[in-house]
Write a protein that binds this ligand. Structure first.
Ligand SMILES: Nc1ncnc2c1ncn2[C@@H]1O[C@H](COP(=O)(O)OP(=O)(O)OP(=O)(O)O)[C@@H](O)[C@H]1O
Length: 265
């Protein structure tokens, strides 16, 4: 594989606007969004609450349409959700009455696999996230971190090219979050899956990403694209890591006025 700069463009947004109707009037939530995500890239989107991050992910996933502008996935206009780009949420969306194995298998039903193929595929990804000893447990019997690993296995089992993650680790404690971040990087390397992550966690964005996009609000715009030029795995205590962290903190004026306390820093 070549360097990321030589990779093909997987996601492309050109002058994308999104408006919602509020009290009978259109309100612009996203304005003039332009960016590319290249194959192999890990991109994080950081911004204050309400700036339009989830709306942006929904557009990329085909769950909603831009009001204006163009949005392409692998060179084709995005018009509806596909199994090539899967969304992963903070609250795992597992079926409580199904075991770990069944929760993954059910996602495979539209794939048209035989029962054996489906079982084999589900097992592969359950093993990949280290849950092979919990196959027959139900979600209520698992910790939050384990439930998120089931959700990751389920998303991966569909073998998408892109996973769109909306604050997937926000509900987890720090150590579980660190652990799952490492797992995610390992899985990304192994499976070659592309990831676009929405997060409030500056440390998480610097740890995982090739580039961090910083959004402004009202209307949502991409203010800055910061390339994180550090080798992986990254050392959170290293001065280079702190350099990027400080850069992003400064972008949000944290040193000057503390009005954005929804961030984990
Ligand atoms: N379906 C909708 N109809 C009307 N307004 C919407 C809709 N979805 C989102 N909005 C509005 O768009 C704006 C951006 O919302 P969005 O959820 O994308 O922000 P966000 O940055 O993801 O916020 P948070 O970090 O709090 O999750 C908000 O003002 C929200 O009320």
């Amino acid at each position: 594989m070549g360097s990321i700069s030589e990779q093909k463009i997987l996601v492309e947004l050109r002058n994308v606007d999104k408006e919602f109707m509020k009290q009978g009037l259109p309100e612009k939530v996203l304005s003039g969004i332009n960016f590319d995500v290249k194959e192999g890239e890990f991109v994080s989107i950081l911004g204050k609450s309400g700036c339009g991050k989830s709306t942006l992910l929904n557009l990329i996933g085909g769950f909603d349409q831009p009001t204006r502008g163009e949005l392409h996935f692998d060179g084709m206009p995005v018009t509806k959700p596909t199994r090539r780009a899967i969304m992963l949420f903070q609250f795992y969306a597992l079926l409580p009455w199904r075991s770990v194995l069944k929760n993954v298998e059910i996602a495979l039903e539209p794939e048209g696999l035989s029962k054996e193929e489906s079982r084999e595929r589900a097992m592969k990804y359950i093993k990949l996230v280290g849950l092979e000893d919990s196959l027959h447990q139900f979600p209520s019997q698992l910790s939050g971190g384990m439930q998120q690993r089931v959700a990751i296995a389920r998303a991966l089992s569909i073998q998408p090219e892109l996973i769109l993650m909306d604050e997937p680790f926000a509900a987890l404690d720090t150590f579980t979050r660190y652990y799952l971040q490492d797992e995610l990087l390992r899985i990304k390397e192994q499976e070659g899956t592309n990831i676009i992550l929405v997060t409030h966690d500056i440390d998480e964005a610097v740890y995982l990403s090739d580039r961090v996009f910083i959004m402004d609000a009202n209307p949502g715009t991409i203010r800055k694209r910061i390339p994180i030029q550090l080798p992986k795995p990254r050392d959170r205590s290293h001065s280079d890591f702190q350099y990027y962290r400080k850069w992003i903190l400064d972008e949000f004026n944290f040193g000057q006025k503390l009005d954005g306390l929804e961030f984990n820093i």
